[in-house]
Design a protein around this ligand. Structure first.
Ligand code: GLU
Length: 482
């Protein structure tokens, strides 16, 4: 396969949308598959939207996901610099070349005049196109006025690797701005120059740029540049309805999901499969598997629905996968301190690992760890109603409940060796001596020691809690019922 040169070209606006990151995954995979180059380019020419620290966030997110770039900020490369604001002269030179060739012009029209043109056209119910108002006299370019492209509208046909053959008429082709008043280029112009200078072979980006393609193709022609391959990724749709996912739909940023404790493996897996599949039923992919299976030809051309429940499910699958394949210690090492209950810091690592080992398969987002594991580290708030109103236990009288708890407490305190096996034996024996069903007896013990909605296998829970705490909690619960 020909070596692909791809790029991820985010704008540092602070918010990392799910779709932005997916636009990094596919170029990364293609570049790595072909032993090519994955470039990170920071498109920071829109000063009004620029957010301090946003570039760091982008870099951190890419590294977190394992999408290391081969050229770009921090590591440099043959096409440095990789920040567009530092490449200002380059764009200006190309714009001047276009002026010299008669394909661009400096435009001194005041903005009030431009507003008037827009209003006139709207009033006449004709599409507003600046080329219909192109100034007749030429102006020498100087800082403070824009440079515009001189459109020569015609029909265009092109191939998109995802959408197939496309065509568009002259309608949208216009005298688009190449260099803004502040001397910086527009996205429309800068990305074409950069992609060419950086040798980009595949332009992989969201479908929202499709409508501008005729203008881009006109620029490629005017600049005398060959077209790269175009790969338009499907829109990411909101969970409900047929609209694009937006912040208003409650879409969190990638950073928010990271804060919730979505593992990078799960995020990568989920986003890679949002708009791509390999034709099989497989849902869980490692990076190595993605590298093996990914192909541009299997990117879907219709919108992909974002489903947070699925993302959480996938995270749960990844937690289990890491635990079962790499071990509890590896999973433990991936869990940031902030996900543990504050009280866990007073306990030795061995104890925390033991707790993780018995509850990991219940976790979806790591942030659940706090509530799921709290009763292992601190005394739960006793709430007798949780016992009395429990679906299964409400058939039993209060007396019966407290006497059952006392019986259990007494019998457990006789255990010599507090092990999982011995606890299981005694729990089974208690079923026989009390004549209760497992659902009744075990629910009662479970709630009494945890006051949590659920806990792992009872013998494991009790073993981890230890004899003293188990007995004390059972006694306290028994007393709370009377
Ligand atoms: N700077 C553009 C954005 O953040 C990038 C589009 C592209 O990949 O060309 O949306």
């Amino acid at each position: 396969m020909e070596k692909a040169v791809t790029r991820f070209a985010p704008s540092p606006t602070g918010y990392i949308h799910i779709g932005n990151v997916r636009s990094a995954i596919y170029p990364y995979l293609l570049a790595k598959q072909t032993d090519g180059t994955f470039i990170l380019r920071i498109e920071d020419t829109d000063q009004a939207r620029y957010v301090e620290g946003a570039t760091d966030l982008i870099k951190e997110t890419l590294l977190w996901l394992g999408l290391n770039w081969d050229e770009g900020p921090d590591i440099g490369g043959p096409h440095a610099p990789y920040f567009q604001t530092e490449r200002k002269e380059l764009y200006l030179n190309w714009a001047k070349k276009l002026i010299a060739a008669g394909r661009a012009y400096a435009d001194a029209t005041p903005s009030e005049k431009i507003d008037e043109y827009r209003k006139e056209d709207t009033a006449k119910k004709i599409p507003y196109l600046y080329r219909n108002h192109r100034p007749t006299e030429t102006t020498e370019w100087h800082e403070g006025i824009p440079i515009r492209f001189k459109a020569e509208p015609k029909n265009y046909t092109w191939v998109d690797e995802v959408m197939g053959e496309l065509s568009a008429g002259p309608e949208v082709q216009d005298d688009i701005i190449l260099i803004k008043k502040d001397g910086l280029p527009t996205y429309n112009f800068a990305h074409i120059i950069d992609d060419m200078e950086m040798g980009v072979t595949h332009v992989i980006r969201g479908q929202e740029y499709l409508s501008s393609m005729p203008n881009y193709l006109a620029l490629y022609d005017a600049l005398g540049l060959p077209r790269p391959k175009f790969v338009s990724l499907p829109h990411i749709l909101a969970p409900q309805g047929n609209k694009k996912l937006s912040k208003r739909d409650g879409a969190k940023s990638v950073t928010d999901y990271r804060e919730d404790g979505i593992l990078p493996e799960a995020m990568l897996n989920y986003l890679a499969c949002l708009g791509w599949n390999d034709g099989t039923e497989q849902e869980i992919y490692t990076m190595a598997e993605l590298l093996e299976r990914f192909s541009l030809s299997r990117i879907q051309n219709s919108g992909a629905r974002f489903d947070e429940t699925k993302l959480l499910w996938m995270n749960g699958m990844w937690i289990r996968k890491i635990h079962d394949e790499e071990g509890n210690d590896v999973l433990y090492s991936k869990i940031n301190e902030k996900f543990w209950p504050d009280s866990a810091k007073d306990y030795p690592e061995e104890y925390r690992k033991k707790v993780l080992n018995i509850i990991y398969d219940r976790l979806k987002a790591l942030k659940d760890l706090k509530s799921f594991s709290a009763y292992f580290f601190e005394e739960p708030t006793v709430d007798a109603n949780l016992i009395k109103n429990n679906k299964i236990l409400k058939k039993l009288s209060e007396d019966e409940l407290s006497s059952l708890l006392n019986t259990v407490s007494l019998r457990l305190s006789e255990i010599q060796d507090w092990t999982e096996e011995n606890l299981q034996d005694v729990l089974n024996e208690l079923l026989e001596t009390t004549g209760k069903k497992p659902a009744e007896l075990f629910s009662l013990i479970r709630i009494a020691v945890s006051f949590a909605p659920f806990s792992p296998a009872l013998n494991l829970t009790l073993e981890a809690l230890g004899r003293e705490r188990t007995i004390a909690r059972l006694n306290l619960a028994a007393r709370s019922i009377d």
